[in-house]
Ligand binder design. Sequence first.
Ligand code: BTN
Length: 295
Amino acid sequence: MSRASVHGLIRRAGELGVAVQSVRGRGYRLAAPLQLLDEARLAAGLAPLGIHVLCLAEVDSTNARLLQLAGAGAPHKTLLAAEWQTHGRGRRGREWVGVLGASLAFSLLWRFARPVSMLSGLSLAVGVALARALGRLGARGLRLKWPNDLLWQEDKLGGILIEMSGDMLGPAAAVIGVGINLRAGEQLAGRLGVPVTDLESSCGRRLERNEVLAALARELDKVLEVFGREGFTPFREAWQEIHAWQDQEVRVLEADGRILAGHARGVDEQGALLLNTGAGLLRILSGEVSLRRGA
Ligand code: BTN
């Protein structure tokens, strides 16, 4: 291979977030081994739950691809994970980026018997499932920021993007997208629009990507089974227990640009944020919440 091709590959690895070291007189090596997804192992572990696993090397967005597959009849509990997303989607039209071999990006198709209008609080219940699974892996002090950012020490460790497929009036099919910064949070700094951290920092130990993904899928399966029957109510207390800003003074930026200020009083049974303002207790259905520091 020519020197130029080698340099091209090293540059590409750098763009994917993979650290490559140059070893004088010998060549190049990865700074750390790459942990890749193991479809066969994941599929064997999750098949007893009825979860169908698909792993792709590269995709535009696991949510976008799974929405297409859902439209073409993909079964309930299809889980699509990818090593690399070229157009990972974040909430509010933002981009979601990862680091190759050091992030998790996956989507789970869940077909509910109820219509979309009866799924309020779904993304909050998903947040509870993720926090529970990661807590069991050793993450201490994870918090949820309304509606569903996963935080550690106030920095973002993961995000959830739920998109609906098909007919809005009939039984709902939800594509539940999850992105987790597993390690290498420092390489993501400044790229997700907010301060970031990673799961290994919160656990204080090295984790195995496939194990983390399997643990998340198992807990999601448990929580979504209950959510499908009973809605958000059984998860409300658990959500509030790990609410990052419970009873603190926050600001809410609404879609129309209005800013509301008040104390965050938790969530109601539909998953709406309860904001105590001078004008009384308001139910917030969408918006960006931030802490009013030193207010
Ligand atoms: C957020 O903005 O906090 C939501 C981030 C969600 C990212 C995940 S990564 C897997 C799935 N596919 C996507 O394109 N987005 C979600």
